[in-house]
Write a protein that binds this ligand. Sequence first.
Ligand code: ZN
Length: 459
Amino acid sequence: MIAVVRDIQDEVVSFTQELIQIPSLTGDEGALAQVVFEKLRAIGVDEAFIDEIGNVVGILYGGQAGPHVLLNNHLDIVPTGNLENWNGYHPFGAEIDQNGNIHGRGAADDKAGLSVQLYAMKLMKSLRDTGIALPGNVLFASVVHEEAAEMFGIEYLCKKTLPRKGITFDVVFLGEPTDLNLKLGHRGKVEIVVTTRGKTAHSSTPWAGINALQKMIPILETVFDCMGENLARHPELGQGSVTITNLVCRPGTLSIIPDECEISVDRRYVPGETLEGIVEEFQQVLEHLKKKDSQLEASVGVRTFREKSYTGYEKEVQKHHPVWITAKEHPFVRKTFRALQHVGQNPQISYWPGGTDGSLTAGLMGIPTIGYSGMQFNYAHTPQEMVSIQMMMRSLEGYFAILCELFEIDANDLSSIYRFHTGGTGLMQAHHIKGIQECIRPLAPAEYREGRKTSHGSE
Ligand SMILES: [Zn+2]
């Protein structure tokens, strides 16, 4: 591992522990946001602030040439579940085991990712302090409300906060769990609501009413037995899926035949399918069933929900998160891949099964989005949640390499600062030379300045 990364390991580990020790369920991220904000100020980014919805933003300004890079992660965590399942670890204890794993809720999703992206800012800031110019901005954003409603916090960031400052970005890195691999997309998801209506009656005389639950039965059968069969398939993202996740009857009390029954359908979809098309599929099912039962009254729609952030910002949001995919051949993906190989990593390209804020950045805005971190997806949202310190630090080295590669930072400049010799063949080539990693040490900025010309940079 390169020395600049290894040297800050203790700091990164203790900051990650601090993050885990602050519970930050969706809608209650305020205390954590403050800690992240203070840390950004402490590392001395050019600008740090908390926006109206509660997202924490840090900016390191570079030149105008770009690319401008957004490092994105989220503040919120999912609930702990039953504490008895945590094998003796406290979900907010952030205890380190003998194998070098930090345990706790958020360790794998998404606090180690947050910590690493923040320290990547610090490394780039240190680099700039030595006089190396960054051609583009590095933006850091810890957003609210990812777990409960992807796109709520990031949408505000991308449509309001950043545009107000005239800031754009060309590529996004999501610090979500990827096991040191690259994730380039996932299926879209939408929550479809189907409602049947009937007529209440006393349940001791059920024949006097129309039971909305009973009217739902053929719809349940169709969704479970037929609708999933021939869903569209994508070569990379796989096949769409459909299942029912909830059923509610109203009034829903003893002695009354329900006059309303509602199901929630989780529908995942692939490129080529549209939200309108999916709603239309359900419409057709209902039309078909209505022909068989003239008494069937049923409707379909997309779930909307009123979300409220910890700062009090409220908005009605639709439970629809578009599909996205970043092309493997995209130049940013190629450069990312190459940078990681140069620091001895061998990332595999794959796709997430679940959802991320990439639905907004890539799905709606069309900006190339790449998932990368050292957190392991298997542990996310489980009572075994943890992060390996070694993998976390490798991901920090990865982020440093990626940013240097994207910014095409001159190999000779870096070799002077970190005292290794590249032979002019490129920044990370040097790391292939065995043993060199062990001896590279950063010079103090002042020491460095004495020996170099100041023809460029931001001193
Ligand atoms: Zn996450």
